[in-house]
Design a protein around this ligand. Structure first.
Ligand SMILES: Cc1cc2nc3c(=O)[nH]c(=O)nc-3n(C[C@H](O)[C@H](O)[C@H](O)COP(=O)(O)OP(=O)(O)OC[C@H]3O[C@@H](n4cnc5c(N)ncnc54)[C@H](O)[C@@H]3O)c2cc1C
Length: 440
């Protein structure tokens, strides 16, 4: 192990991955500086203020199995009971499909839920249970990855079952349509969320914004341990030297023992292309493609509520609706999420909002119109989690350069948990000798 006193780590990017790495390093007494180009921390999971309301750049949801993220939120002072509305697994496509976790130990909670599911017939219920039993037999591991749709067809899932259960799950979890999504990554999520304890499948919807939930608390935590957090301070270049790494920012040049590049994939590529020795890593990063997520906030009068805090719509442009009145007390505020690529991207913001407002009127008989709406389009929300994708490892051929971020190698698709796990992995790799790294 290197002496922690000789370590001085630059972390580029103050999203969930970068801040996870920072917390773990600072907790070990290692010197850390976080550079964040934006004015605020959080990256793709950040608070946004609009009309005097604390919103997010996109409505997010965590699962009970996101253990590293949840532990880290607690480590920096969060309180999971206060911070989240916790709901037992429930998939409800308003009037078309309903599955509700049974109050039984896993995996019985799911099997019974599937056998009681509304909106599919007995043959389809049996097909879904048979698939889950088969997945347990093969330990949720395929010998060869394939697209989710191929896998579901091979497993004898009917088109209706795919449309009502597996496709909405796949889009929600991987933000990638079933026709191109990785079956193996989908199975990884099913393994962790549905198969171990009932609480793993719980859905956790934050009551506070995503910057406040973790990155701001993490900044406070690490500053108390001597770390620096520099916002509005983007890194424009990094040079790898024999004895360290040189970081260039508008504040000048600074030297560190190691750098963790915890930016999104496209920014990592920009920073790393001039660095020699990273050709294979860059080939993998450059090959990634991306998928959008649109969140449309609609402020209805305060008396407007949905039948549940979270509700899906079947065969509509609006995929998932979140009633922020029930979640965070923002009465009348509905967040509508549209994941992955689709025709909604061709519409103007006004046309998209009108289409969603019409859908809500038809589904719920809403005759009032919202007082305002706000569309937040994250065009590169996540990497497209396609079959057989090669993702770059957190270790690079350069021992002083590590990569964190949701796109780096791991079991998970682009999620907060994937990002956090990658940051923790980088922190674990720092201070480990080359021989120990080789063995890891
Ligand atoms: C709309 C939306 C909805 C989502 N919904 C969910 C969900 O429900 N559940 C879930 O688990 N996940 C969800 N995700 C995915 C999740 O938000 C991401 O996987 C996660 O936030 C990625 O974190 P990260 O730290 O890897 O990257 P980022 O959050 O992108 O952080 C990278 C940071 O690096 C900074 N940066 C870039 N270049 C530089 C530079 N040169 N110098 C300094 N700083 C730099 C950026 O400003 C950014 O803050 C969603 C994403 C979006 C966009």
């Amino acid at each position: 192990m290197d002496d922690p006193e000789n370590l001085n780590i630059a972390i580029i990017g103050g999203g969930y991955a970068g801040m996870a790495a920072a917390v773990k390093l600072a907790a070990r007494g290692i010197a850390v500086t976080v550079f964040e180009s934006a004015r605020q921390l959080g990256g793709r999971a950040r608070g946004v203020e609009y009309q005097n309301l604390q919103l997010d750049n996109g409505q997010h949801l965590l699962l009970g199995c996101y253990q590293q993220t949840l532990k880290l939120i607690e480590q920096v002072g969060g309180n999971l009971t206060e911070d989240f509305l916790r709901l037992p697994l429930q998939l409800d496509l308003h009037g078309h499909f309903k599955l509700k976790s049974a109050h039984l130990p896993a995996p019985l909670h799911l099997f019974i839920a599937l056998l009681r599911a509304q909106g599919i017939n007995w043959t389809e219920r049996y097909q879904a249970v048979r698939l889950m039993m088969h997945l347990r037999q093969i330990k949720f591991s395929l010998t060869q990855d394939m697209t989710a749709i191929n896998f579901l067809n091979l497993e004898g899932q009917s088109p209706a079952l795919i449309q009502k259960l597996w496709e909405p799950l796949c889009i929600a979890a991987l933000n990638t349509p079933v026709r191109i999504a990785s079956a193996q990554v989908l199975l990884n999520v099913l393994r962790d969320a549905l198969n171990q304890t009932r609480a793993d499948s719980d859905m956790l919807i934050p009551r506070i914004n995503f910057s406040a939930l973790f990155p701001e608390r993490a900044a406070h935590y690490i500053k108390k341990r001597g770390a620096h957090v520099l916002t509005s301070c983007g890194v424009s270049a990094l040079d790898v030297l024999n004895d360290g790494v040189k970081i260039t920012t508008k504040r000048g040049q600074l030297f560190y023992s190691h750098v963790i590049c915890a930016t999104q994939a496209t920014s990592a590529a920009k920073l790393l292309h001039p660095v020699s020795g990273l050709t294979r890593v860059l080939t993998q990063i450059d090959a990634l493609t991306h998928q959008p997520i649109y969140t449309l906030y609609l402020q209805y009068p305060p008396f407007v509520t949905l039948p549940q805090p979270m509700l899906g719509l079947h065969q509509r442009m609006s995929q998932w609706l979140f009633d922020q009145g029930q979640i965070s007390g923002k009465a009348g505020l509905i967040a509508c999420v549209i994941s992955a690529a689709g025709i909604h991207q061709n519409l103007s913001q006004d046309a998209l909002a009108n289409a969603v407002i019409d859908e809500l009127a038809e589904e719920f008989g809403l005759i009032v119109r919202p007082r305002w709406f706000k569309v937040i389009a994250e065009k590169r929300a996540t990497f497209a989690c396609t079959a057989n994708l090669l993702r770059p490892s957190q270790q690079t051929p350069l021992p002083r350069v590590l990569l964190a971020g949701d796109y780096t190698r791991g079991d998970y698709p682009a999620t907060l948990e994937g990002a956090v796990q990658s940051g923790i992995m980088c922190a674990q790799l720092i201070g480990v000798t080359s021989a120990e790294r080789y063995l890891q």
